[in-house]
Design a protein around this ligand. Structure first.
Ligand code: DAS
Length: 357
């Protein structure tokens, strides 16, 4: 063979797309890694009817996998216990550890997708964080449970089965990080926990689910509209500590105490969960302006949960040099501001990011 063709041939043979195509032609099952972090899905209760008052984060990842032998029919699954916590205890450091491990695995040709088992309290936040910082088009699916593994009709096993099915599906490629629970597939950006205890708690209010899992069928009906994963500009590979961004909550007769305390603590950013379309009171607007004058980035979000927080509506954001969260709720606005601050403190650039992610 003419030696000029050898490098081209090697390049083509090593291309993941071609190999992935070859792989599908062999109809092999997908290689899925389950990254376990704790939560109710790994919880246990004293009796089969203990659906509250159980202990979260007690069951190890291999026991979760062994409890669903049907997984073997749909994927080659292996598990890693990244950490074991109730997710109300999630921290920025845990997020960096999880995201870096996910990115290492996603680079591997023998990994087709990742499932993250997680507590439900901060599941939407971890999902959005990974949506911004995992740099692959391979599926990453976050899953939890609202009943412990020991309960009657525990939802964890079927949620885990469905999550592995989605993570191993070609349909899930390029859709960003997904949350798969209660037979529904939601986008990491729009999903939120809407009920303290029921199995149908995760919803994307007004914007809706992306799709469903029914039996062994994975069906999508919508696509995420914002930048994510492979199309993200963010890279946390060289980051060991994330900026400190906190949230202040708005309500009738709110004082400036919380905002002033955060400013005194010299946080890097404050997200304000305003009333209506992100409105602070006159008192808290002045407190936020004083914090901005100290160099603290300010993002106006809303406690309302749906709809757009618009620039220069009842607050002159241009004058105050505030950023608005668009439709991100306060807890997700905090995540985007934190990651944006790893790249820039320029408010026009950060506002662009809130309109793109
Ligand atoms: N405390 C909850 C958590 O770990 C339990 C759960 O619902 O997963 O997020």
């Amino acid at each position: 063979m003419n030696s000029r063709f050898v490098p081209i041939l090697l390049l083509v043979l090593c291309s993941p797309v071609l190999l992935r195509a070859d792989d599908t032609s062999e109809k092999r099952v997908a290689n899925i890694v389950i990254l376990a972090t704790g939560g109710t899905i790994a919880g246990s209760g004293a009796t089969s009817t203990t659906t509250v008052g159980y202990k979260a984060a007690t069951v190890p990842v291999q026991a979760l996998i062994d409890a669903v032998p049907e997984l073997k029919k749909i994927a080659a699954v292996r598990g890693e216990q990244v950490f074991q916590i109730a997710s109300q205890n999630m921290t920025n450091d845990y997020w960096l550890k999880l995201a870096k491990r996910a990115n290492e695995l996603l680079k591997q040709r023998d990994v087709d997708g990742i499932v993250v088992t997680h507590g439900t309290d901060t599941l939407e936040e971890t999902a959005y964080f990974l949506n911004l910082v995992t740099n692959s088009d391979k599926p990453v699916v976050i899953v939890g449970a609202m009943r412990p593994s020991t309960a009657l009709s525990a939802d964890g096993p079927i949620n885990l089965y469905n999550a592995v099915l989605v993570a191993g599906s070609k349909e899930a490629f390029g859709k960003g990080v997904l949350v798969c629970m209660n037979d529904q597939i939601n986008s990491a950006r729009d999903v939120t926990k809407t009920n303290t205890s029921t199995a149908d708690t995760f919803k994307s209010p007004e914007l809706g689910v992306l799709g469903y899992v029914q039996g062994d069928r994975v069906a999508f009906y919508r696509l995420p509209a914002r930048r994510h994963t492979l199309n993200s500009e963010f890279d946390i590979s060289g980051i060991d500590k994330l900026p400190d961004v906190e949230i202040a909550y708005g309500f009738a007769s709110v004082s400036r105490t919380t905002v002033d305390a955060l400013a005194a603590a010299s946080v890097d950013g404050i997200v304000y969960a305003g009333v209506g379309d992100g409105n602070p009171s006159e008192v808290t607007e002045q407190a936020l302006a004083d914090a901005r004058a100290k160099g603290i980035l300010i993002v106006r979000s809303a406690r309302v949960g749906n709809g757009i927080v618009a620039r220069n509506n009842e607050v002159n954001d241009d004058k105050r040099d505030f950023v608005v969260s668009d439709t991100l709720n306060p807890q997700k606005a905090r995540i985007l501001l934190m990651i944006a601050l790893t790249k820039t403190r320029d408010t026009k650039e950060i506002q662009r990011m809130f309109y793109e992610y």
